[in-house]
Design a protein around this ligand. Structure first.
Ligand code: UTP
Length: 624
């Protein structure tokens, strides 16, 4: 029978090894343990975990495994703010709340927070972008990439997936090239000040760490200085087997505690404990930008959002998109408690409707006169101001308000279907902030800012109508749409898309237009590189890989790929007409093609293209 916390506590005050009398099988093994391990054993017993030792044999049997058990306990203890005792205490409280069906938002009234709604390419957008570029040299970028990616089911790490298959650039390469482009643009704007290397941090986990490191090393860090990049590995947390927060023994090894991921909220405690924040602050950095593994559009939204943070002096800025009422995306909400507490926070969509109804909004989650919910949709990309961030983390040690989500066997809520654990989310950081904190949001169109790759083809094809697929198919098509729409905004005539079905998902197929971040990172960059009268047909493909390529009076009906070294200036104009790259459908079950292709449901048959590579300095005309 499992012991209780009280069993342990009553024995602990006794000297000698009496404290271990609630766990006789541990007691007989104490001579194997170092003094530090004995301390850990005391922590476990004090927290009512004597069941962990129930199956332990006498000394002489599996001694190395017993020591390895304590190595694991040491790791679990040191990687959690407050250690295992604190983890178990919080778990008991949260499990009791969950059993009682307590509403975490009890006593809170929701209202719409204040924020900035941006329209791509208008005067204020351009101003915010310029302000953002100025600030970029004072920013650090943090990619959270420790997730399992169970929903996508890809065998590799998600950041190694192509962000689009026209150039084959993977997500990690795209992110690094985007940061480098921002760095260069920012340093250019602040001439006279010394150049900077923007720090780029990747949070990994045991599931992703070695493959992320390999991807970087085998690609020379995609052009970034290795010293600029740092990997911080998050640890998993102990699983809980019941409402008393008894830790779950690994079903495959009685000398291990079962563990599961703790969630992306770990990024705050890792940044804090690594000491990086203090180093950055001392070096004059002002912002930390947090982003996720597979949003190929994010960097189109970064300059303006950072400009909003700087202009409005937001301590926390959540990037958001317009949200239709009841859409399955969390809403950024201001919550005011009866006792005066307030916070601006993401409220999950299934909690927003009941919360509104409970506080006098009898219609619940509905659209307002704009046709959208007044609560913007959270896309989980955050910009946090370093100074107030450090102050806050000094108080909390980086601990984020956690939650627990046990799957109960039945309505009595006494047993779980499988072990559970505490989880935390990075967007819950503002929950502990004082009401004086300046927490806002920046809303941008979905086409510009958000196209994650989370779902496998089968699940994506079954999403309820009107909801986004968030698949490799939709993620890639969104990139072409964004580039096409941006070109339209600067006056290029881009043909309308056609609709096609891939892997059971109907998507808009725009011309396959893509450019490297160094070609353009802002709207003004694009504008400065396009002149005259340009047109691109729907069946076209265009990849711009050089920095100084100018589109001038180009009429494209086919495929065009231009690559040029930095000091080669290329004018791409005239009429280009060829058979182009034809899209072929691929079934996700077709095992004769690679997984990266299968999950998107199409590939390019490169029938004919104009491909020009300029590897020397000079001025060139593509179509003389
Ligand atoms: P997701 O919600 O996409 O979760 O994470 P996931 O674990 O990657 O995928 P599923 O839910 O198993 O299908 C959002 C971001 O947070 C990171 C992910 O890598 C992704 O960038 N993440 C998630 C972490 O860094 N650590 C975690 O423990 C969980």
């Amino acid at each position: 029978m499992a012991s209780t916390a009280a069993d342990g506590i009553s024995k602990l005050s006794i000297n000698g090894d009496e404290w271990a009398s609630s766990a006789p099988n541990l007691r007989s093994n104490l001579s194997l343990l170092s003094p530090q391990q004995v301390e850990l054993a005391k922590i476990l017993l004090e927290a009512g975990q004597s069941h962990l030792f129930q199956q332990w044999p006498q000394p002489g049997v599996d001694d190395n495994e017993k020591r390895a058990f304590f190595d694991q306990v040491a790791k679990l203890n040191s990687s959690y703010p407050g250690g295992l005792a604190s983890y178990i205490k919080t778990a008991r409280e949260l499990l009791a709340d969950s059993k009682a069906g307590k509403n975490p938002y009890d006593g809170f009234t929701p209202s719409v927070p204040s924020g900035e709604n941006l329209t791509y390419g208008d005067e204020s957008f351009v101003k915010f972008e310029e302000a953002g570029i100025r600030e970029a040299r004072k920013a650090a970028f943090v990619l959270v990439a420790g997730g399992l990616g169970e929903r996508l089911g890809y065998n590799g790490i998600k950041v190694a997936l192509p962000h689009e298959t026209t150039t084959g650039t993977c997500f990690l390469q795209h992110y690094i090239e985007s940061v480098l482009a921002l760095q260069e643009a920012s340093c250019k704007l602040s001439q006279g000040e010394s150049p900077v290397d923007i720090p780029f941090i990747i949070m990994t986990s045991d599931d992703t760490h070695s493959r992320t490191a390999e991807l970087l090393e085998s690609n020379a860090y995609f052009g970034m200085k290795p010293t600029q990049v740092k990997l911080l590995k998050q640890e998993k947390v102990a699983c809980l087997e019941d409402n008393d927060a008894h830790l779950a023994v690994d079903p495959h090894n009685k000398y291990r505690i079962q563990t599961k991921p703790h969630g992306h909220g770990d990024v705050h405690s890792l940044l804090y404990s690594s000491g990086l924040l203090k180093v950055w602050h001392a070096a004059g950095l002002r912002w930390v930008l947090f982003f996720q593994d597979t949003n190929g559009l994010l960097f189109k939204a970064i300059p303006a959002s950072l400009g909003v943070s700087a202009t409005k002096q937001y301590n926390v800025n959540s990037l958001a998109v317009p949200r239709k009422a009841k859409e399955a995306i969390g809403g950024i909400t201001k919550l005011t408690h009866k006792d005066g507490r307030t916070m601006v926070i993401n409220v999950e969509y299934n909690q927003l409707d009941p919360l509104l109804r409970a506080s006098g909004h009898s219609d619940g989650d509905v659209n307002c006169e704009t046709g959208y919910s007044p609560f913007p949709g959270n896309i989980n990309q955050l910009i946090i101001e370093i100074g107030p961030y450090i102050e806050e983390l000094q108080k909390t040690g980086g601990a984020i308000k956690e939650f627990v989500n046990p799957k109960y066997k039945d309505a009595t809520k006494t047993a779980f279907k499988s072990s559970t654990r505490l989880e935390c989310m990075m967007q819950d950081y503002p929950k502990t902030l004082p009401p004086s904190a300046n927490v806002g949001f920046t809303v941008m169109d979905v086409w510009l800012a958000y196209a994650p790759v989370k779902n496998n083809p089968e699940d994506a094809s079954k999403v309820p109508e009107g909801n986004p697929y968030h698949s490799a198919t939709s993620g890639e098509m969104a990139i072409y749409k964004a580039h096409s729409l941006i070109l339209r905004k600067v006056g290029v005539k881009v043909d309308d898309p056609i609709h096609q079905v891939f892997n059971g998902q109907e998507v808009e197929v725009w011309p396959r237009v893509v450019w490297k971040p160094k070609w353009a990172i802002t709207f003004s960059d694009v504008k400065s590189k396009v002149s005259g009268s340009n047109s691109i047909s729907q069946r076209s493909t265009m990849a711009l890989k050089g920095r100084n390529i100018i589109l001038e009076d180009l009429s494209l009906d086919g495929a065009l790929v231009v690559d040029a070294v930095d000091n080669a200036k290329v004018k791409a104009g005239g009429s280009i007409d060829n058979k182009g790259w034809v899209i072929e459908t691929v079934d996700y079950k077709d095992s004769s093609v690679g997984e990266e292709v299968r999950i998107r449901g199409f590939r390019f048959n490169k029938v004919e293209q104009l491909e020009k590579i300029y590897d020397e300095a000079g001025e060139f005309c593509l179509n003389p």
